[in-house]
Design a protein around this ligand. Structure first.
Ligand SMILES: NC(=O)c1ccc[n+]([C@@H]2O[C@H](COP(=O)([O-])OP(=O)(O)OC[C@H]3O[C@@H](n4cnc5c(N)ncnc54)[C@H](OP(=O)(O)O)[C@@H]3O)[C@@H](O)[C@H]2O)c1
Length: 281
């Protein structure tokens, strides 16, 4: 049995779609990951062969004022999953973030670069990586960035709403790899099949700034991209600091015969149309 945790989130939905009846969906009603003490026993009772953890505390700004709950879900729960998977002989794949880095590097970040999170979300995700691999080195931790889908509210749906209205000022001095969950889920499954363990960076190819990406999204939807104006991170203060450079690259793909994921533009159109069709824009 393959358990998908966070199965109704953005990435979990992509895994459910690919795996169909092979997946057993687990959501917060089945297992609340903030209840650390129960996780090991509850997961073990399912006797899974694989656990795909898409659940996380993902509210980056709110995490600044709720560090304990963010840590419970992003770090303590992941450690308990890793323990259970190790004892059951099950594979665990869990997801981490570009926000484990401080964004000050000149080039891309590879797996062996030293993390230095600058916000609570990134810190708790890093704690989850370390804790999981300490108790079970066979865990696969996939770091990814800037997730997009056609199924859930996300940056693209917000930009479509703004482009259809009065527009707005969008940050132009943060860069990263937009990544479609429909590309990420199969790439992660292939990495599991190839026996990758430890940390692996998986993102779509192609980098963008939030401002540049906003314009592309508007154009795809036939909306006016000139309603967006570029601004700096300093112009748009948020409770959590964000890294300026979020660009991940993998130094491990070749060793496992894995290919780079496609350019994000190949999947962006489908995601934008999905958001429009579902009334999420
Ligand atoms: N989104 C991004 O841009 C991004 C970038 C880099 C890395 N990541 C990582 O990629 C993974 C997937 O992200 P996503 O965008 O798919 O996240 P998402 O859409 O926010 O989904 C998160 C899931 O976690 C579940 N969850 C939250 N608290 C829980 C709890 N206490 N117990 C059980 N389940 C709980 C949520 O359930 P409810 O819906 O019921 O709350 C939801 O199903 C996460 O590990 C995230 O950190 C995301």
């Amino acid at each position: 049995m393959i358990l998908v945790l966070g199965s109704f989130g953005q990435l979990g939905t992509a895994f459910r779609t690919i795996l169909g009846p092979d997946a057993r969906s687990i959501d917060m009603e089945d297992l609340d990951l903030s209840d650390t003490e129960t996780i090991y026993d509850r997961l073990s009772a399912y006797r899974p062969e694989m656990i795909i953890n898409c659940a996380a505390y993902t509210a980056v700004d709110r995490a600044e004022s709720e560090p304990e709950i963010a840590r419970a879900i992003n770090a303590d729960a992941v450690r308990e999953m890793a323990k259970a998977a190790g004892d059951l002989g099950a594979r665990l794949v869990t997801f981490s973030t570009d926000y484990v880095f401080d964004g000050t590097a000149n080039g891309s970040y590879v797996e062996s670069d030293e993390p230095n999170p600058i916000n609570i979300y990134g810190l708790t995700k890093r704690e989850g990586e370390v804790a999981a691999l300490a108790v079970n080195p066979d865990v696969l931790v996939v770091r990814t960035s800037w997730l997009l889908s056609g199924t859930h509210p996300n940056f693209a749906s917000t930009m479509l709403r703004l482009a259809g209205g009065e527009g707005g000022r969008i940050v132009n001095d943060q860069r990263g790899h937009p990544t479609l969950v429909d590309d990420l889920a199969p790439a992660a499954l292939e990495a599991v099949e190839r026996g990758v363990t430890g940390i692996l960076h998986l993102t779509n190819q192609g980098t963008a700034s939030w401002f540049g990406l906003a314009g592309e999204i508007a154009v795809i939807a036939g909306l006016d991209s000139t309603v967006f104006e570029p601004c700096t991170t300093a112009d748009f203060p948020t409770p959590a600091r964000r890294p300026a450079n979020s660009v991940l690259k993998s130094e491990r793909l070749d060793a496992f015969g894995l290919h780079e994921m496609p350019h994000y533009r190949e999947g962006l159109e489908e995601a934008v149309h999905g958001l429009v069709d579902r009334g999420l824009a």
